[in-house]
Ligand binder design. Structure first.
Ligand code: S3P
Length: 430
């Protein structure tokens, strides 16, 4: 797919549903009694992997364009899969399901694509093992495939623990809390900084006794979970590409409707303001237990900033896009405390820095992020997305603000989180 400089982006759009919330709606709906109805579900490949895994464990799921219906069977209603559970490219599916599977009375094997098979699973294997789970990395390399033997004399083998997590990761936190549903006493997780809290908010809606105090989330075992309606807000991580495009491309004005602005996800909005971006938050309301708003962005002269510490987990998936923006902002931008970028769908520090260098950016990788000297023009280049959806989308936007032609290799991978991304972008071009 090829991109070249664009003179203006104008119009209004609605981004697809939030990926994190869509995954959780399927998982928690499956563990609840009754039928959970989900609207604005993200039909991305990652969330379809979650649906497929639960279907293989006996859960009936009707997937239509208007809504999905999950016919839950309660906390103890899953049945043994007869095949490997294929989690595709999805870290969220792999890690959250592992917590659930550790509490079952059957054996299962989880595996995913080449990227998933390199992503660190020791971060969940260690705490789950401390809870009494029987979970192994089948190749002994701390990655998938994972074999999980839930059974212990026909009962769950799990004990409640307090886990001090070395990383701020909602996938790790959620995995442990979900295993905690099947433990014999309460379970809690403390993180260095608060990561996204969709599990806590949504599980509480389904009827779990789950609480948060500071950076600690705690759950009581064996709740009665009841089906509910989930209205998925637009994904702020998908909105990020249009926010950046609206700021970078001259003579632009874009209104993005119905975007989730949960404070554990809204770091990009704070950074844009810090950089001097013209961004207005309109029509704030609560929808389906999550704060949502419309976002209006206009072309802006940006300046550099420092991004690090507690804000990092609230914008972790947006950092590739923010790095591109920083190249066009005047002055220096420092991204630090973001070593988690190395273990995403690709090594996002290396891939972002190398691709931006090939576009002529003044950027250097550091151990925990990158340093960008902004204000120099970007030139078109051939960009290897490494099949990482967020790299493909960030560099498609970079291509709109670069001279010459930018070609994205593996462009189709955007279907992981944003089917229809290129078409939506095309409609804004004037
Ligand atoms: C996610 C959490 C984040 C994020 C991922 C989705 C989730 O990962 O990068 O895209 O749904 O819990 P970590 O929590 O591991 O940082």
């Amino acid at each position: 797919m090829k991109f070249s400089r664009c003179s203006a982006l104008r119009g209004e759009l609605t981004v697809p549903g939030d990926k994190s919330i869509s995954h959780r709606a399927v998982m928690f709906g499956a563990l609840s009694e009754g039928t959970t109805e989900v609207t604005n579900f993200l039909q991305g490949a990652d969330c379809l992997s979650t649906i497929d895994c639960f279907r293989r464990m006996g859960i009936e799921i009707d997937n239509t364009p208007e809504r999905i219906l999950i016919h839950g069977k309660g906390l103890h209603g899953l049945t043994a899969p007869t095949t490997i559970l294929d989690t595709g490219n999805s870290g969220t599916t792999t890690r959250l399901i592992s917590g659930i599977l550790s509490g079952q009375t059957f054996e299962s094997v989880l595996n995913g694509d080449a990227s998933i098979q390199t992503r660190p699973m020791k971060r969940i294997i260690d705490p789950l093992t401390r809870m009494g789970a029987d979970i192994i990395s089948m190749k002994g390399n701390g990655c998938a495939p994972l074999q999980i033997n839930g059974s212990c004399h026909g009962k769950s083998r799990l004990h409640g623990i307090h886990y001090q997590s070395p990383v701020a990761s909602a996938q790790v936190k959620s995995c442990i809390l979900l295993a905690g549903l099947y433990a014999d006493s309460p379970t809690s997780v403390t993180e260095p900084y608060v990561s996204r809290n969709h599990t806590e908010l949504m599980l509480s809606g389904f009827g779990a006794d789950i609480r948060t105090e500071g950076t600690t989330a705690s759950i009581c075992p064996d709740p009665h979970l009841t089906a509910m309606k989930v209205e998925v807000p637009g994904d702020i991580s998908s909105a990020a590409y249009f926010i950046a495009a609206g700021l970078m491309v001259p003579d632009s004005e874009i209104l993005i409707r119905n975007v989730g602005i949960n404070p554990t996800r809204d770091g990009i909005l704070r950074v844009i303001r810090d950089m001097g971006g013209d961004l207005t938050v309109l029509n704030e309301k609560i929808s389906g237990g999550e704060p949502v708003a419309d976002l209006l962005v206009r072309t802006s002269d940006l300046h550099g900033t420092v991004i690090g510490g507690a804000i990092i987990p609230t914008l972790i998936d947006e950092l590739p896009m923010i790095a591109v923006l920083a190249c066009l902002a005047k002055g220096t931008t420092i991204i630090k405390d973001a070593q988690e970028l190395k273990v995403k769908e690709s090594n996002r520090i290396d891939v972002v820095v190398n691709n931006l260098k090939s576009m002529g950016a003044h950027i250097e990788a550091t151990e925990d992020g990158m340093i960008i000297e902004g204000g120099y023009p970007l030139h078109g280049a051939v960009i290897d997305s490494r099949l990482d959806h967020r790299i493909a989308m960030s560099f498609a936007i970079a291509g709109l603000a670069a001279d010459g032609e930018t070609e994205i290799l593996g462009a189709d991978c955007v279907k992981i989180s944003f089917p229809g991304f290129y078409e939506m972008l095309g409609k804004l071009q004037k």
